[in-house]
Design a binder for this molecule. Structure first.
Ligand SMILES: [Zn+2]
Length: 455
């Protein structure tokens, strides 16, 4: 991802320089203009390795002539800093029903309303998919923690039951339609119903032509299969855009069924992103062709709670949020947290550790550690020392990282949540790798073969 970031940054940098010089170089000779356009092509095509682009000195004065004098009265542009540590949960709903769900894909009106209300009560913003895309393009910031709502398949219940509630809350949403289930009677939405929603805050996404599993060849020849995939992925986008006159920027794999080839085809077809049914939050590092979604089934709240649990403020009703610097009756800190809260670390693969000895009596199965950018991670819990430990497997890319631990004491029926942040020194990203140092243990202690106690 770092490579991509560099690419993105150097692209913006070059584009800005090119634009600022544009007015001037248009007035200069054709040769210079040709030279500049060659440069533009090379840069936008990213044919140069990133290191070369980053290291290459850019001299606009030489390329485009003298720089325009700055107008002292011109309004200063607000410095824009992109927040790459936002986390987004995409909710996936299908059909809705007034009272009791008849299939797992249905959610009842009272449950849906309660969920929308819960988002509002917990101050979790609902953003349109287009904002998520703009953030990923580096054009705007979105809230640290927010939700995108998507409705699949084009069921009439989406218009009849969900749409009025979302209108009431003022929530944007995206509908994923497949051509064969648009305006065909039965429980499909009509053109008019779809257009009405698109005119009032809904965005359009493609869910293919036929809603068949795309990775299944089903006896087709290679040529037939690739033609079919092209129709399902690329032609469906074209049809939706022509039919409804709005852009269709994202794709939802039917049943979440996909492979690397299909993901690539979706990107090649011009979608900015594609959504799956893997219940994972979207971060800056999530590949655009694999944005996870949390499927809402029956009237169960499980996936909803998973989706809206940001830094432990989930289950606001059923969990207890404990301050990271909470102390026990003797005034000792309840949690030993590593890395230290609010510290800046240079190790980009830190060990995340929570000592719960002073909490005591923690139920091993209740322990869940979540790391910003990773989601829930398979941390180890050593009941003897009451320590939770997780070695970050890859270098952290965020400037700031949030770790959240959920646990329950044996004598309690409430989950407790402790959350803290630390910063990662980004400058260390550009330094050569440091020699491997011994783990952070007392120098006199002998290091056992196994660094963590068996669970
Ligand atoms: Zn579907």
């Amino acid at each position: 991802m770092l490579v991509n970031l560099l690419k993105r940054d150097s692209f913006f940098q070059h584009s800005t320089l090119l634009l600022s010089g544009l007015a001037v170089f248009l007035l200069t000779s054709c040769d210079k203009s040709k030279q500049a356009s060659d440069q533009a092509q090379t840069v936008s095509g990213s044919t140069l390795p990133d290191e070369v682009l980053a290291a290459k000195p850019v001299e606009p004065a030489e390329l485009f002539g003298p720089e325009k004098p700055v107008d002292p009265n011109a309004p200063k542009a607000e410095p824009f800093e992109l927040n790459k540590s936002s986390i987004v949960s995409i909710l996936l709903y299908h059909d809705f029903v007034e009272r009791i769900p008849k299939t797992e894909m249905m959610v009842s009106v009272p449950t849906f309303r309660a969920q929308m209300q819960a988002l509002k009560d917990a101050s979790i913003p609902v953003i349109p998919m287009s904002d998520l895309l703009a953030w990923r393009r580096g054009e705007k910031n979105i809230p640290d923690e927010c939700v995108v709502i998507t409705l699949d398949d084009g069921w009439v219940g989406e218009h009849q039951f969900a749409y009025p509630i979302m209108k009431e809350f003022g929530y944007p949403f995206t509908i994923y339609l497949y051509k064969k289930y648009v305006n065909i009677g039965g429980r499909s939405m009509t053109f008019a119903q779809i257009k009405e929603m698109l005119a009032h805050g809904a965005e359009l996404g493609s869910h293919s032509i036929s809603h068949q599993a795309l990775a299944m060849k089903n006896g087709k020849s290679d040529a037939q299969y690739s033609q079919w995939l092209h129709e399902e992925i690329a032609e469906s986008k074209k049809w939706l855009e022509e039919t409804f006159g709005v852009p269709c920027r994202t794709f939802a794999y039917p049943y979440g069924n996909k492979n690397d080839e299909i993901v690539q085809l979706a990107m090649d077809a011009g979608y900015e992103a594609a959504v799956t049914v893997n219940p994972q939050k979207v971060t800056w590092d999530t590949p655009p062709g694999k944005l996870g979604r949390f499927t809402q089934q029956w009237d169960k709240d499980t996936n909803f709670k998973l989706a809206v649990s940001f830094h432990g403020r989930n289950d606001v009703a059923s969990s207890k949020f404990v301050k990271m610097d909470a102390v026990d009756e003797q005034g000792n800190k309840m949690f030993d947290l590593k890395p230290e809260p609010n510290s800046t670390i240079t190790e980009r693969r830190p060990v995340i550790e929570v000592g719960l000895a002073r909490v005591g009596g923690v139920v091993p199965d209740s322990v869940m550690l979540r790391i910003g950018g990773y989601g829930a991670v398979p941390a180890e819990f050593d009941p003897a020392s009451q320590t939770v430990r997780y070695q970050i497997p890859q270098k952290l890319r965020l400037e700031e990282c949030t770790a959240t631990l959920v646990f329950r004491r044996a004598d309690s029926d409430k989950d407790e949540v402790v959350s803290w942040k630390f910063k990662i020194d980004q400058k260390s990203s550009y330094l050569p790798p440091e020699p491997v140092t011994a783990p952070d243990v007392a120098p006199t202690a002998s290091i056992p073969d196994k660094t963590t106690a068996a669970k």
